[in-house]
Design a protein around this ligand. Structure first.
Ligand code: ADP
Ligand code: MG
Length: 619
């Protein structure tokens, strides 16, 4: 038999390598931006269309390439940055593997224009899936411009795996941040669909953070600084009170490279212990400088993981540095950190121990709860809702729940968001019906012909609201309550993209929100009975709910938003209810399609059948 092993053609090898380096438009953006930094650029433009699926263009004013280099750079393992394995020990550049451009060129149509300062003319090269189509001299600016068009045009499987434009854009913004945050001295302009999404001019790190994340960050940051023989740490941490429930603003950079590290995250998080609620994550922008000989960045093609020789010591130093910063901030909390540079904070006298920061966190704090009892979250009819005829038969444990045919009457969307509409007014009180009551401010007890039912008021109300939001006719909007003083909210760049996509749906839910640009939105009206103070976090958490992996389907996303809103608006455990509210809640629960379960999949009720009770009492 003849030999069967053969070498793959370069085009195939490059496509395979591309699978590792370029998974999505954001990975190409990362590689192209990193090349501009390595080229010493001071002014960088990023232009994308269709979230990079159609076009990614990166233009820089860096060193440029000679005619030969412009051709060579698309070869695999072609790099100007290292020459031997020894050089791997002293890497100062972001790139060194020489495979990014080769990979990108194998899965896209690429146009490169480059000119060195010393050359008269530049070079233009057109490449189509590895194949060089054309190369000719051009008049162009000093520096390099790479356009990547139709990413994955020849790899449909990959193209089909791409997510929605909003999500892909979010990934790109993230990569852009990771580069822009390390180089506050470089100007960046980021265009999305011909509009400027970010434009940041050279400045200090704090200015860079605020120009990317919003001016409110100026007041949120505490500086961190620690110089040791092993590592120099600098940067900022977010004040404990600004810790968020969602991840996203946690940045570690080592020698100018963004890095992921669960282990070091733990070191920072640990320093915030007791200061922030368990389910919140502190923000941080931490920059570490170490001797390149003591780390290995070549573990993964995307180079976001780094091996440290002495990670344990770095953990301890980082933990102490963050703790110390929090402590200093706590000693002089009124100090304005807006005042730049020289007067960051008063150093703690050597002989004075760092006071442990103490901020008490109330675990029961709920921004959506009104403070005064016995106010309730939700409206209820002035008259108690009349019972449904045959209501006692609505739920029997042995049979599937039967519900009244006239169920529609429980879903008048115009009469209140919270499922407390008035039912039909039937005069006769069914003989069997007894008053239901509340126990421990949390459970509702009632009974039917076949047994006793204990209902968890919170989970039951979540179910009612959820079905309200989901069963709404598309054109039928929930009534909103107009805000006398409209509130503005500023969303993170990723979330504001989602917001723009979902504005109409928010309107259907009773929010009237308008885009003011740059991630700022004005909230004109909000769903009835929603506590005004919790708007910002509530909207953020609704948008965050869209981001869980695998939630690309519009309907699933609507379910997630409806669930998130229902859970926020629901009456909480511990809230004393009026009799009318108790009755109304129970009736509306049984009018649901799936009364047994909360949208989160937890039971809304427990049923003790009379048969079971007879057995227990040995009757
Ligand atoms: P690496 O960055 O790992 O060296 P790349 O494939 O990203 O590999 O780039 C290959 C080479 O092309 C680089 O080593 C560099 O010499 C050159 N190059 C790429 N982009 C630029 C740029 N924007 N300006 C100047 N030279 C560049
Ligand atoms: Mg590179």
């Amino acid at each position: 038999m003849s030999d069967i092993i053969r070498l793959l053609p370069d085009s195939v090898a490059n496509q395979i390598a591309a699978g590792e380096v370029v998974q999505r438009p954001a990975s190409a953006v990362k590689e192209l931006l990193e090349n501009t930094i390595d080229a010493g650029a001071t002014d960088i433009k990023l232009i994308i269309r269709e979230s990079g699926k159609l076009l990614i263009q990166v233009t820089d004013n860096g060193c440029g390439m000679s005619e030969r280099d412009a051709r060579m750079c698309f070869e695999r393992h072609a790099t100007s940055k290292i020459q031997s394995a020894n050089d791997l020990l002293s890497i100062r550049t972001l790139g060194f593997r020489g495979e990014a451009l080769a990979s990108i060129a194998s899965i896209a149509q690429v146009e490169l224009k480059s000119k060195r300062f010393e050359d008269e003319v530049g070079t233009c090269i057109l490449i189509d899936g590895t194949e060089v189509k054309e190369q000719f001299p051009v008049n162009c600016q000093n520096g390099t411009s790479v356009s990547v068009k139709n990413l994955f045009f020849n790899v449909p499987a990959r193209r089909n795996f791409l997510k929605s434009n909003a999500l892909e854009l979010k990934y790109i913004i993230e990569e852009f941040f990771r580069v822009a945050l390390v180089h506050p001295d470089i100007a960046f302009t980021f265009y999305n669909q011909d509009k400027i999404l970010f434009q940041v001019s050279p400045g200090n790190l704090k200015q860079r953070i605020t120009s990317l994340f919003g001016s409110s960050y100026g007041q949120r940051l505490i500086p961190v600084e620690q110089q040791t023989a092993l590592v120099n740490i600098s940067g900022f941490i977010g004040k404990p009170e600004f810790a968020k429930k969602t991840r996203g603003e946690q940045y570690f950079f080592t020698n100018g490279r963004f890095m992921k590290s669960a282990y070091l995250h733990h070191a920072v998080e640990g320093a915030f212990k007791e200061l922030i609620p368990d389910d919140s994550v502190p923000s941080y922008f931490i920059y570490m400088e170490v001797d390149p000989q003591t780390i290995d960045v070549n573990i993964h093609p995307t180079k976001t993981e780094i091996n440290f020789q002495d990670i344990k010591s770095i953990y301890a130093i980082l933990h102490a540095a963050v703790k110390q910063s929090i402590g200093k901030f706590n000693l002089s909390p009124s100090l304005d950190f807006e005042v730049e540079q020289s007067m960051h904070y008063k150093p703690v006298p050597e002989d004075q121990p760092i006071r442990q920061p103490t901020i008490t966190v109330n675990p029961d704090y709920n921004p959506f709860e009104k403070k005064t009892e016995p106010q309730t979250h939700f409206t209820f009819p002035s008259k108690p809702p009349a019972p449904i005829q045959g209501w006692q038969n609505l739920y029997t444990p042995s049979q599937p729940a039967s519900r009244p045919d006239n169920r529609e009457e429980y879903r008048h969307p115009g009469t209140g968001l919270h499922g407390m509409d008035q039912g039909s007014h039937k005069e006769e009180e069914p003989a069997e019906r007894k008053r239901s009551f509340q126990v421990r401010g949390s459970f509702l007890v009632t009974h039917t012909q076949s047994g006793i039912i204990v209902i968890d008021q919170q989970q039951a109300h979540e179910r009612i609201l959820y079905e309200r939001f989901m069963n709404r006719e598309p054109a039928e909007a929930f009534p909103g309550q107009h805000q006398l003083i409209p509130q503005t909210i500023t969303l993170s760049p990723g979330n504001s993209q989602f917001m723009l996509e979902w504005l109409d749906y928010f309107r259907e839910l009773g929010f009237d929100i308008n885009d003011l640009g740059k991630g700022t939105f004005v909230v004109q009206s909000i769903p009835m009975n929603l506590d005004v103070s919790g708007i910002g976090p509530m909207i953020e958490s609704m948008l965050e709910s869209l981001k869980a992996p695998g939630n690309d389907n519009k309907n699933t996303q609507k379910q997630l938003m409806a669930k998130s809103l229902a859970m926020k608006l629901s009456v909480k455990r511990g809230r004393k209810l009026h009799q009318e509210e108790i009755d109304s809640l129970i009736e509306n629960l049984f009018a649901c399609k799936v009364p047994e379960m909360s949208p989160d999949g937890k039971p809304t009720m427990v049923i003790y059948s009379f048969d079971e009770l007879y057995r227990k009492f040995k009757i």
